[in-house]
Design a protein around this ligand. Structure first.
Ligand code: MTE
Ligand code: HPA
Ligand code: MOS
Length: 750
């Protein structure tokens, strides 16, 4: 797999925030954080720490020149705690020293006294105490209360899904440099350079033009750096601003795990009603979202939960309520899927419970209710170009569903302790930021006089391959070799007012902007050729493999020669373009509208084997038919699908974030927080690209791929439950994820 930066990665030459050489005199930062989850700060004594040899300065909230506020959507998050602390791990002070060891040692000398207050760690408890961040959000259609009367089967229940640690390989961090005229330049590991710029401007009290944010690449973000990179950049910036020295702040792994938010844990109450023949007639659900101590991105995440409440199914009567509950945990944040996975888990749980009551396989109900062409979602958008059924039936046929079913039944009849289970998992994920205004991007393309090309966009490379996709776009339009194209860092002075690379939309939005900018240049060059060689305006000029053609005949001019000629004739060889997704809108009062440019579809079939004596299990296979549109970077897209599936399986099965009742994180290291490794990977992953799919709203007719396949991981949960059911057919199992081996064992025997 030859990506844009594969060679540098393999040689260890790629630069991450921590790798940049810093000048003499740079200060190193260590963050002092709250050790309790809720309390009043009675006093902070930094005098001993300040005296520590090599310590240059200790920054507290008093040193912040602008506003002590980094809340992006809701202004409820101080950069450094002032009078109260609201979660364990909340930053209180920043120790600056001539080296990192000194900073870390000196930090231990800081004394803080609290009046401890009772912490709330549970969303339902927060709700009961009135701790809602925003009023309840309700998305609905039809009339559920009426619809129950028409239903032959009604079941209700609850679900729980756990948090998930992002565990990007590169921890959070930034380097801040004071610049001429009281400005600041920041190298940040952020998915959202503009959001970081804005937050830094606010805490420094500077206009945005005084703050430059530059991003080389991220060693993973997964949503964890969509909003939560800002704090560390802002702390480094305040430190640099106050000391007039460059400041480097990189979180050690354990502090990163303790101080940053995770995927939101959810608890939900559902009720589902069906007709005798398995048609879903009504669905009502209330989500309790554990937002943590401040809003962060919880509100748009909750909205996406409500959008995806019915997953891949058509339901005529829906009432989905979202409760954004404030607790004393680190603010939970974006994580691949952005609230969608929790919703889909709940929907699947409801279907499984109904299927059990009706005595049918869940797949029977799933299949009956898949979105058809033009079905209307509960928020009013139509499922246009629905591939829900195409993917489902293709998966059943291609992976021989009937045979899988037979094999599993036969295996379970023959084995007493080892049991197999399978599950189908259809997905439907809306592509667009649900905040319509965010669906825009920019590109700045320079062709240099030697024919090489440099491209800047708003896209941040975090391992998802967006740089390679953008390079493909430019190479295709100019018909030049990819080696001629460089993708520049993402920098707020070159492309301004950017949206974060998120919502799986970075390649679409920035690819489209790049396409436009390249087309502007292409048109300019075509006009130049016509002028310079006296062709008529209607003569078809084409660029192919670095040669210029007219009427299909090479005109004896290479790309490089063309660019040199154009330069000497004073043709502008730079272009900027802006792309805004057409046709989307959403009414936040009525909660209706066309929120998404398009949808991504697919179906996965998962098979597992459970050892019902030990509670251990293996995932035998995950086989999916996924709608990639027309993929133009198949290796990247397949890699995204496989990686997302692994991350989804981790969330559903083994990754368990545990806080104790005092709000202290117990799983704050890789010895206590287990992520899937090669031994827990499915023995087989097969991804089939759905044929005959088109998508004009995606770049080069492709479909966004970053997040949707994560939700195939949900199938593993239900495959495990199915295996458990064949060992204990009489038991009601809880819909409580992650389904760790420990939980499997306990629920089989207790
Ligand atoms: N893949 C890698 N390797 N690293 C990442 O951090 N982030 C995911 C996904 N795939 C991520 C990744 C998330 S949360 C999103 S939203 C998308 O990539 C963002 O990139 P895209 O918009 O270019 O798909
Ligand atoms: N997805 C990811 N990030 C976001 C979104 C979204 O829908 N809306 C705002 N930030
Ligand atoms: Mo992805 S959770 O939208 O960064």
């Amino acid at each position: 797999m030859k990506n844009y930066d594969t060679t540098r990665h393999v040689r260890g030459e790629s630069l991450f925030a921590d790798d940049f050489l810093v000048p003499e005199g740079t200060l190193f930062a260590s963050v002092f954080a709250a050790s309790i989850a809720h309390g009043k700060i009675l006093s902070i004594d930094i005098s001993e720490a300040e005296k520590f040899s090599g310590v240059k300065k200790i920054i507290t909230s008093k040193d912040i020149p602008g506003q002590n506020q980094i809340g992006g959507i809701i202004q409820d998050e101080p950069l450094l705690a002032e009078n109260e602390v609201h979660y364990c791990g909340q930053p209180v002070a920043v120790v600056l020293a001539e080296n990192l060891l000194i900073a870390r040692e000196a930090k231990k000398k800081i004394r803080i006294a609290y009046e401890t207050l009772a912490p709330i760690t549970d969303a339902r408890e927060a709700y009961a105490k009135g701790m809602l961040i925003i009023p309840p959000r309700i998305f609905s259609n039809g009339n559920v209360d009426e619809a129950w009367k028409q239903c032959d089967v009604v079941v209700d229940g609850t679900i729980e899904t756990g948090a998930q640690e992002h565990l990007y390989l590169e921890t959070q961090g930034a380097i801040a440099f004071p610049t001429e005229g009281n400005g600041i330049k920041i190298i940040s590991s952020t998915q959202g350079p503009t959001a970081t710029q804005r937050a830094v401007g606010k805490v420094l009290g500077l206009p945005m033009h005084q703050v430059e944010v530059d991003v080389m690449r991220l060693g993973g973000g997964f949503g964890g750096k969509e909003d939560q990179a800002n704090a560390w950049a802002a702390m480094a910036a305040v430190s640099a601003f106050v000391t007039k020295k460059p400041v480097k702040l990189i979180l050690p792994r354990q502090e990163d795990m303790r101080m940053t938010g995770k995927r939101h844990p959810y608890s939900a109450d559902f009720k589902i009603g069906l007709s005798q023949d398995g048609k879903i007639l009504a669905y009502e659900i209330t989500f309790f979202q554990n937002a943590g101590a401040s809003a962060d991105l919880s509100t748009p995440i909750l909205d996406r939960t409500l959008f995806h409440a019915t997953n891949s199914y058509f339901v005529p009567n829906v009432k989905a309520t979202g409760l954004c509950c404030r607790t004393n945990l680190p603010p939970n944040t974006a994580f691949r899927g952005f609230g969608g996975p929790q919703a889909m888990f709940a929907m699947e749980a409801a279907i499984y419970k109904a299927a059990k009551k009706m005595g049918v396989d869940a797949s029977v109900i799933q299949e009956k209710n898949l979105l058809k062409e033009g079905d209307e979602f509960h928020y009013g958008q139509l499922a246009k170009n629905s591939k829900a059924q195409a993917c489902w039936f293709k998966a059943k046929e291609k992976f021989n569903f009937d045979q899988i079913k037979k094999n599993v039944e036969k295996y379970n009849a023959e084995n007493k302790i080892l049991k197999k289970g399978f599950a189908c998992m259809p997905i439907c994920f809306g592509i667009s930021f649900t905040n319509t205004f965010m669906n825009q991007a920019g590109a700045l393309v320079h062709i240099y006089s030697d024919g090489s090309v440099g491209i800047s966009t708003a896209a941040v490379e975090m391992g998802q391959g967006v740089n390679e996709k953008i390079r493909c776009v430019a190479a295709e339009i100019f018909s030049i070799d990819k080696s001629k194209i460089k993708i520049e860092t993402t920098n707020t002075t070159r492309v301004a007012n950017t949206s974060p690379s998120a919502a799986s939309s970075a390649a679409d939005l920035n690819g489209k902007a790049t396409e436009l900018a390249c087309k502007y240049l292409f048109e300019r060059l075509v006009s130049f050729v016509k002028d310079a060689f006296n062709y008529s305006t209607t003569d078809p000029i084409a660029f192919r493999d670095e040669n210029i053609f007219c009427n299909e005949k090479a005109i004896g001019l290479t790309w490089v020669e063309l660019i040199q000629k154009a330069f000497f004739k004073r043709v502008d060889l730079s272009a900027h373009a802006h792309y805004a997704v057409p046709g989307i809108y959403f009414d936040r009062e009525k909660n209706k509208g066309n929120a998404f440019a398009y949808y991504s579809f697919g179906t996965a079939i998962t098979e597992v084997t459970v050892d019902c004596l030990r509670g251990t299990y293996i995932v035998d296979s995950v086989k999916a038919v996924h709608d990639f549109g027309k993929s133009f970077a198949k290796v990247i897209d397949r890699g995204q699908a496989e990686g997302a599936i692994m991350q989804g399986i981790g969330w559903m099965t083994m990754e368990e974030v545990i806080y104790n009742s005092d709000g202290k994180l117990l799983t704050d290291a890789l010895s206590t927080y287990k992520v899937p490794d090669i031994h827990s990977a499915p023995k087989e992953i097969e991804i089939h690209f759905l044929e005959n799919s088109d998508n004009p709203l995606g770049i080069f007719n492709s479909k966004a791929i970053g997040e949707p396949p994560l939700m195939y991981g949900i199938g593993t949960f239900f495959a495990l439950q199915n295996a458990m059911k064949s060992f204990r057919p009489e038991k009601e199992f809880q819909f409580s994820a992650p389904l760790t081996p420990e939980k499997v064992l306990l629920s089989l025997y207790y």
